[in-house]
Design a protein around this ligand. Structure first.
Ligand code: BV8
Ligand code: ZN
Length: 238
């Protein structure tokens, strides 16, 4: 299966991963659009937009609090760990759409959180930002300045953090291999990263039990789960 790209794999110096909710699925965290997806129960536009936050901050906070509890109780899986281990042998950068922090908990150092982090909050008024460690006495939580605090995540219609996005594009443009794992590539602009990589001659490898909109652009598309495929793929790169 890997013969097609084995020489590129052997010679690769810089490997960039683009990951999505699927890579955390085997840690027990539901994906967005899958059959067990979060968004089966909730309407994504109801809960992940700035307008709905201002209309009903308590409801949005309750959703994030329940997700955060689930995430803090979860553990990185073999897919996250394989990516972290690979960094011992190659230059590895992780561009993740996930807000769960599992790549960092698996030991990955170069992680760019394109859509923010569920374990970080920021004030809607002043520039206060902090990590969250425990749950709040009341929802929505308030800042010392009186403003409402919000999860430090990127909602639909909001721009990605400029510096993170700028770095992500530069890493996508300068890698030998891009491994796209656990993402439907449904959300922009994160879904343009494989195009930047391809334009700069990178080998594209997709790991996803299902096809995606970019499957035919991939040099190799593995119809497997990430916790199975990544340790195997990484063993070829070590
Ligand atoms: C922007 C953070 C511009 C919060 C998220 C129409 C209306 C409104 C907006 C738009 C529109 N058309 C386009 C847009 C733009 C919009 C967008 O792309 N919408 C889509 C839905 C059409 N994008 C934006 O709004 C972005 N901002 O464009 O700003 C701008 C510019 C300047 C100034 C102002 C504005 C912001 C997008 C970020 C939204 N935030 N999350 C939170 O998490 O609560 S998006 C959310 O979806 C998550 O981050 C998630 O990661 C992301 C993508 O989903 P996936 O990760 O791919 O997850 P999904 O469930 O879809 O797929 C899982 C995959 O895994 C599947 O393929 C499955 O087969 C696979 N899988 C399952 N199990 C496994 C597995 N793979 C491997 N192993 C397994 N075991
Ligand atoms: Zn404040």
């Amino acid at each position: 299966m890997f013969e097609a790209v084995s020489s590129q794999i052997k010679d690769a110096k810089k490997i960039v991963f683009v990951t999505g909710a699927g890579i955390s699925q085997e840690s027990g965290i539901p994906t967005f659009r899958g059959k067990d997806g979060y968004w089966r129960k909730y309407d994504p536009m109801q809960l992940a937009t700035i307008d709905s936050f201002y209309q009903n901050p308590k409801l949005v906070w309750e959703w994030y609090e329940s997700r955060r509890k689930n995430i803090l109780a979860a553990h990185p899986n073999n897919g996250h760990v394989a990516i972290s281990d690979l960094a011992k042998y190659r230059d590895v950068v992780v561009l993740t759409q996930n807000i769960d922090g599992l790549h960092q908990r698996a030991g990955s150092k170069q992680v760019f959180e394109l859509h923010g982090s569920i374990i970080r909050i920021k004030c809607t008024v002043c520039d206060y930002k902090d990590d969250i460690t425990d749950s709040f006495a009341e929802l929505p939580p308030k800042c010392k300045c009186g403003g409402i605090l919000r999860p430090d995540v990127v909602w639909f219609g909001e721009a990605l953090p400029q510096d993170v996005w700028y770095d992500a594009i530069n890493h996508a443009k300068s890698c030998d291999i891009m491994i796209i794992a656990g993402t439907s590539l449904a959300v922009s602009p994160a879904n343009t990263l494989p195009i930047f990589a391809k334009q700069n001659g990178a080998t594209l490898i997709e790991i996803n039990p299902e096809r995606t909109t970019m499957s035919e652009d991939m040099d190799l598309s593995l119809r497997e789960t990430s916790a199975n495929a990544l340790p195997h793929l990484i063993s070829l790169l070590e």
